[in-house]
Design a protein around this ligand. Structure first.
Ligand SMILES: CC(C)(COP(=O)(O)OP(=O)(O)OC[C@H]1O[C@@H](n2cnc3c(N)ncnc32)[C@H](O)[C@@H]1OP(=O)(O)O)[C@@H](O)C(=O)NCCC(=O)NCCS
Length: 392
């Protein structure tokens, strides 16, 4: 089997999905996805778009502007018709699935150069937009248990995750994200794309919009749950509605060597797991357990973790049940902050956490041998992937 290495990974800033306040409110998702592809080729000019074997693109809600955005954005960007594209839908893990599809194709020898990407604009294509639930699904589950916020409340209750612990997690997520941003840690991954400030002034958006400098435990304690009367899952401990795009350039190790590209990590395995959709947030526990078993590793072998913070409740339940950490601040989990602060554009995040993991393993965790990225997904699909430092 061939080895699949990460040659590059970039993203837009993650911005608010809000029709008055969102910095990309006037930019379509296909447009900023195209910008990401263009920049990927600019930064890696030893390859032409024609050489790409295929482009995978994850998107959770593939309707409206995001209907086959994989193909339509590629063509709209003027890229070669001869390069096939494949839209991947697995709710939040879509971007990770896209990356794994590309990695597996490389390892099987089906090609040497692939793009794996993810995109979601939760303002222009809202979460529930155009969904027509199967009536028989509603015989199997209660409709009110299916929305994401309801599942987060249920996980908090079932796994006894206290509101204060979730707020502490959100607090540290923002603190770490502020520190990482101010130290320039995201400079290698965020590509500036033109957007508009809240007052309408155009500007190059080069930073994540949801990060809060003024995060306060006292203020968070006053917030109410929008999901349940007297509930514990507030907006502060939920990943916010976000827009953004991300792409990775993956190659077989031999192609990367032939072209003289540098790389640090390779794909070392992936595992998907399904679970009860009414507690979908616990899914990464099963995906990570399956991944560790499959690859012969234990939690102790993993030096650094990226867990998508869909909600504080599910993140803490997963980390505790897995035996990785009890409470924030965590040592080696989401070291540059997580989705509570950075945002979570559904189909983008699975690719984004791999891009960030790559950059963390290139800089702050230079000695780390193994990193795991994992995330839950709406309706009970989760995904986890293992990334290994390449011995050179
Ligand atoms: C929780 C949720 C319903 C809130 O959405 P909303 O009501 O549209 O509100 P916003 O996200 O705009 O936030 C509400 C307010 O709380 C504020 N807020 C959020 N976090 C805060 C914090 N930590 N401290 C202070 N204020 C905070 C926001 O800034 C906003 O106020 P503003 O407009 O004055 O800035 C929404 O973010 C949500 O559904 N999140 C989950 C998304 C999801 O399910 N993803 C998939 C996971 S699998």
């Amino acid at each position: 089997m061939k080895e699949c290495v990460v040659v590059d990974g970039i993203r837009t800033a993650n911005v608010r999905a809000h029709k008055e306040k969102g910095w990309f409110r006037n930019v379509r998702p296909d447009e900023y996805l195209i910008k990401i592809y263009e920049e990927l080729f600019k930064r890696n000019s030893k390859i032409d778009p024609e050489q790409v074997d295929a482009v995978f693109c994850g998107t959770a809600n593939q309707s409206g502007m995001q209907n086959d955005i994989a193909r339509l954005a590629w063509l709209a960007g003027g890229f070669p018709e001869s390069v096939p594209t494949n839209g991947i839908g697995q709710q939040c893990p879509s971007g990770m699935s896209a990356t794994e599809h590309a990695a597996r194709a490389i390892m099987c020898g089906e090609g040497d150069i692939f793009i794996a990407s993810g995109v979601e604009d939760m303002q222009k294509v809202p979460m529930s937009f155009a969904i027509d639930f199967p009536p028989r699904l509603m015989e199997r589950y209660k409709f009110e248990d299916i929305p994401m916020g309801a599942t987060a409340e249920k996980v908090a209750e079932l796994y006894n995750v206290k509101r204060e612990d979730m707020e502490l997690m959100a607090y540290w997520s923002h603190k770490k994200a502020v520190a990482a941003r101010d130290a320039g840690k995201f400079a290698n991954e965020i590509i500036p794309v033109e957007g508009h400030k809240e007052d309408g002034t155009p500007f190059m958006v080069d930073r994540d919009q949801w990060i809060r400098e003024d995060v306060s435990l006292e203020q968070m304690a006053t917030m109410k749950s929008p999901f349940k009367e007297n509930g514990v899952v507030t907006a502060a401990v939920s990943s916010p509605l976000t827009a953004g795009a991300c792409a990775l350039l993956l190659m077989s190790r031999e192609k990367a060597d032939e072209l003289g590209y540098d790389y640090h990590i390779k794909y070392a395995g992936g595992a998907m797991a399904g679970c009860d959709p009414t507690v979908m947030g616990i899914g990464p526990l099963y995906a990570a357990q399956k991944l560790l078993k499959l690859t012969g590793k234990t939690v102790k072998d993993i030096d650094v973790w990226e867990l998508n913070e869909a909600f504080g409740s599910q993140s803490l339940a997963v980390l505790r049940e897995l035996g990785v950490a009890e409470n924030a601040p965590f040592d080696n989990v989401n070291v540059w902050g997580g989705a509570l602060a950075l945002g979570h554009p559904l189909g983008e995040s699975g690719a984004r956490i791999i891009v960030t993991l790559n950059n963390i393993m290139k800089t702050d965790y230079k000695d780390a041998k193994y990193g795991v990225a994992m995330l839950c997904g709406g309706f009970g699909n989760a995904n986890a992937s293992l990334w290994e430092r390449v011995e050179k």
